[in-house]
Design a protein around this ligand. Structure first.
Ligand SMILES: [Ca+2]
Length: 355
């Protein structure tokens, strides 16, 4: 995952040495330590695998891990035997069923959502985070093209800049959902797979890591598959650690770049006018002239785009329409929601303004 040539690493490593680090992340505290009964590390074992693996079955999952990743069968079985089935996690998952269609009468849904994040008491916390990690944010902007306000916005919405990173043992959450939640068991079995590989490769006891009830980890709440594909060792200490704010900053930036973020391009542009008859949302696509005919006009340049998505924010007494540009869509790759993406962006801009 590290794509930086050696001399850059050395320069950055030297730069990092002058910085000084305060508290240890869970990964740093627990690296090389095991609290699994019987002293279990997830070591490799060379064993001939069986064919026909089906990860939703625990034994078949273990066989797959042995075959695909060289895990030690006995150790992995022991690890999974020590996990707890969390029925409340299944309950919460069921509550997150897909939402029904939105109403056509404004009731302030966007205002309520936004007010969870963009508040007078929250902004100084964002300013503090930004100031503390400004150098790293600038470096992420330089390397990945993703500006500080987007990274600050994501980490702010996800965890309040590291204040709320989740207290559920990730291995309990993921094994519960992988083996006891039929609706999405394959998805979570894949996440459990990536989680166990991460723990082994990073030398961390899987029972030492906590996160969200769905298994999201660290400052940016990466799922294990996002760790595997997009996490980077941004402070160049040889470990990729989502509980380290600097690694999290680089990882979020890398995630955005991989999903098509365009450097120095706009995110969305607010419009004059109303178009209540049109479908809205981050995945809609309209030729710009179609929206003009419908009565909308962007309040500033839309960077020459011929097609945009149409976003609608419920302001309480009325709707506000926005032209969504490709970078807005990229934010929704983190969480598939117009409200989410708009809150990330606007929170980041509000923190920038408050600095
Ligand atoms: Ca690191």
């Amino acid at each position: 995952m590290q794509r930086i040539v050696i001399y850059v690493m050395m320069i950055l490593w030297l730069a990092a040495c002058s910085g000084g680090k305060s508290s240890k992340s869970p990964m740093q505290q627990h690296r090389g330590h095991s609290n699994v009964k019987g002293g279990v590390y997830l070591e490799k074992q060379h064993e001939k695998p069986k064919a026909n693996s089906a990860p939703v079955d625990k034994e078949k999952f273990i066989t797959m891990m042995v075959k695909k990743h060289g895990f030690n069968r006995q150790q992995l079985r022991k690890v999974l035997e020590q996990t707890n089935k969390l029925d409340w996690v299944i309950g919460l998952m069921d509550k997150q069923a897909p939402k029904s269609g939105s109403s056509n009468v404004p009731n302030g849904a966007w205002i309520r959502y936004k007010n969870k994040f963009i508040t007078p008491s929250n902004l100084p916390k964002g300013v503090e985070f930004w100031n503390k990690y400004d150098k790293d944010l600038q470096r992420a902007y330089k390397e990945y093209g993703v500006p500080p306000e987007i990274i600050v916005g994501i980490i702010g919405v996800e965890t309040g800049w590291g204040r709320v990173m989740g207290k559920t043992k990730i291995i309990d959450a993921l094994s519960t959902l992988a083996f006891y939640y039929p609706r999405r068991s394959q998805y979570f079995a894949n996440e459990l797979e990536d989680f166990l590989v991460m723990c082994r490769d990073e030398g961390v006891d899987p029972f030492d890591l906590s996160g969200s009830f769905a298994g999201a980890m660290g400052y940016g709440q990466f799922m294990p598959s996002a760790f595997r594909h997009h996490a980077v060792d941004f402070n160049r200490d040889g470990h990729t650690d989502l509980w380290d704010p600097v690694d999290a900053i680089g990882s979020v930036a890398n995630y955005f770049k991989a999903h098509g973020w365009q450097r120095n391009k706009k995110v969305a542009v607010v419009a004059d006018g109303q178009a209540l008859e049109l479908d809205t949302g981050f995945s809609t696509k309209y030729p710009v002239e179609h929206l003009t005919k419908a009565g909308l006009k962007p309040k500033s340049s839309i960077d020459g785009h011929k097609e945009v998505s149409l976003l609608r924010l419920d302001m309480g007494n009325s709707y506000q329409f926005w032209y969504g540009l490709p970078n807005f869509y990229v934010i929704t790759r983190y969480n598939h929601s117009t409200h989410y993406a708009m809150a990330v962006w606007q929170l980041g801009l509000a923190v920038r303004k408050a600095r």
